[in-house]
Design a binder for this molecule. Structure first.
Ligand code: AMP
Ligand code: MG
Length: 383
């Protein structure tokens, strides 16, 4: 994985994507290349005529992993070649899905579910990707970046339980009691999670602590799959339900891939509400956190899935935050963190990080962006 030192989903999508809101996956697959006119100003040179190009565009959609819609677009010479690559990408993604799964056990696999069950009893040896991801998250915690706290499982699982119940039975939807949230919040310190580099084990000194890696798992997997794709089919566009990774430019003469940012103001689910902006990118990842994902309604009000560690309630400071950079795990981590932070604090953090661009949509619909976002966002060009 790319180890970006900062010391964080999405919508990106026009490209594709879209994904599942806590209950039924509402999937909309849009080929951005077709749906969005390319922003690349220059047409392909005359000698690179599409007719003669050995490259063809192929697409694979898969809904069997990560509880979301996976989409892969790539340029290859023939269908069989693309199919083999897409099969392998999905196989690798399934491995990550099992390792990062906090709800199901798999025979012989010390996955997140197993860790949450047993790591307070004794150190649990865990697979490399899980160890690597937890170590990276702990580094961010130690660096003081605590708005995205994957050790907050005790609090998040309460919200998850009430959201599930409220989604299944909307008339009886309730908010979790604040006393329950507060007592769970006593058990969220990453300091109580020991990771042993040599033995590759994880141990919880606090028996009530659990991990929830929902804020970063797809980002980590996107980086790993992008690494694989670069080695076999560098011109690709990968979307994991919102975590988008754009490889080298499309081999059809366009200079970049078009990735849509969903308009959160009019969105009631992922894929609804239209497109706020289009980012023209290659060799970058785009990740959005939004208030239209995984929410439920209590007394007419939406309660979404990104919880402010301070208030223990869904954060109301943003409608969405989109991160553009070259590490998807970082983009995933930051999109959650900046969703929780005020615009001012988030802006300071974003400006301190090299190579990280951000687009915020505030509660009144105002759009803010870092300076460098103007290089990618169509609405900001020439600003
Ligand atoms: P994302 O859509 O990437 O912002 O991730 C949201 C998911 O991360 C939620 O569904 C929870 O599983 C988890 N989560 C919510 N709030 C936080 C938080 N403050 N820190 C860490 N994980 C969180
Ligand atoms: Mg995230």
């Amino acid at each position: 994985m790319k180890k970006t030192k900062i010391s964080k989903a999405v919508l990106s999508f026009l490209l594709i994507l879209t994904l599942c809101t806590g209950c039924a996956p509402a999937s909309v697959i849009t080929d951005p290349t077709a749906a969005v006119p390319t922003a690349s100003p220059a047409p392909p040179p005359a000698d690179a005529s599409a007719e003669e190009s050995p490259w063809h565009k192929f697409t694979r959609t898969d809904m069997s992993v990560f509880d979301t819609v996976i989409s892969l677009i790539g340029f290859a010479k023939e269908q069989a070649e693309f199919d083999a690559i897409a099969d392998e990408a999905v196989r690798r993604l399934r491995e990550f899905d099992h390792i990062f799964d906090g709800y199901n056990e798999y025979e012989g696999l010390h996955n997140l579910y197993y860790v949450n069950r047993y790591a307070a009893q004794e150190p649990v040896e865990i697979p490399e990707p899980l160890f690597d991801l937890l170590s990276w998250c702990k580094e961010q915690w130690e660096a003081g970046l605590r708005e995205t706290n994957v050790a907050m499982g005790a609090v998040l699982s309460i919200w998850h339980e009430y959201r599930d119940a409220g989604t299944k039975n909307p008339d009886a939807a309730q908010l979790p009691p604040m006393e329950d949230l507060q007592s769970a919040s006593q058990h969220v310190s990453f300091d109580q999670v020991t990771l042993d580099e040599e033995k590759h084990t994880v141990f919880f000194s606090d028996p009530a602590l659990t991990l929830d890696i929902g804020a970063v798992a797809k980002g980590y997997a996107a980086d790993a799959i992008a690494d694989y794709l670069y080695s076999v089919m560098p011109s690709f566009l990968l979307s994991l339900g919102g975590n988008v990774y754009a490889g080298q430019p499309p081999l059809d003469g366009r200079a970049a891939w078009a990735v849509g940012v969903q308009d959160p103001k009019h969105s009631t689910e992922v894929g609804s509400g239209g497109v706020l902006d289009v980012l023209d990118v290659h060799d970058k990842t785009v990740v959005t956190s939004g208030d239209y994902w995984r929410y439920y309604v209590v007394d007419g009000e939406r309660y979404h899935h990104i919880i402010d560690p301070e208030t223990l309630m869904p954060s109301r400071k943003m409608l969405s935050v989109t991160i553009l950079c070259d590490s998807s795990v970082l983009a995933d981590f930051l999109s959650t963190a900046l969703f929780v932070l005020s615009y001012e604090d988030g802006r300071k953090l974003a400006d301190s990080l090299e190579g990280v661009e951000v687009m915020w949509v505030l509660p009144d619909g105002t759009v803010e962006a870092t300076e460098g976002m103007a290089d990618y966002a169509r609405s900001l060009r020439g600003r």
